[in-house]
Design a protein around this ligand. Sequence first.
Ligand SMILES: [Zn+2]
Length: 245
Amino acid sequence: MKIIDAHIHIGKWSEIFLNLSTTVDEAVNEMKKSGIDEAVCMPTDRTSNGELFAEVKNRKDFKFYFNAWINPLDESLGEFLEKNLKEISFFKIHPSIDKRKITDGEFEKYLEIASDNKIPVVVHCGRWKEMAGYEICLEAAKKFPALRLILAHLGGDQPAICTQCAKDVRDGGFENVYLGTESVREFYFVNEVVKTLGAEKIIFGSDYNLGLPASYLPIIDRLQVSNEEKELIYSGNALRLINKL
Ligand SMILES: [Zn+2]
């Protein structure tokens, strides 16, 4: 079955990740070694959308989709989106790094662009509840009902948060909210989340260059679901969103 890593970073991080830096070649090698067929890549906080996009768009030996990092302070963002919107598969919002909640007025026009163009927005969700709590994303989902949101780290990268997030998304009837599995290690709770929300709402990601796809693939492999459901998580759901279906 086809496997897409729907959440990878390529480029250079600031001191938050000790200036870690990786190249496109290194990413391609790691994806191939891990058995990943295609990947949705985004830059890091010290690499621009333009730099990474130019490097991956004509790559012949590996299929990349592009995820544009949306930082409203990025002066080149407007022009970049205008020029390349058709080739951008996802948007990424990182409230913790950019110190701005997804409901901040500065994000509004980008959420509108995403909603109008069926571009899913991957949002970093974490334990910093006031800035990056999944509940804030659900507020945005209410305001933009057609907007497709992918809540990264299953909504918060901690068993109690992930399982509650799955329940809140289900009980709130959020049709267009998905959860990404990137960096979640606690396999038992990933299974709980999939049972609660359904495989059709879960998307595999590794958070490479911070995580290795090979570390997280077994968690999906061991899920107590059918092969068809695994395929949705590995690639089916991501492809449906990439193809704007
Ligand atoms: Zn990430």
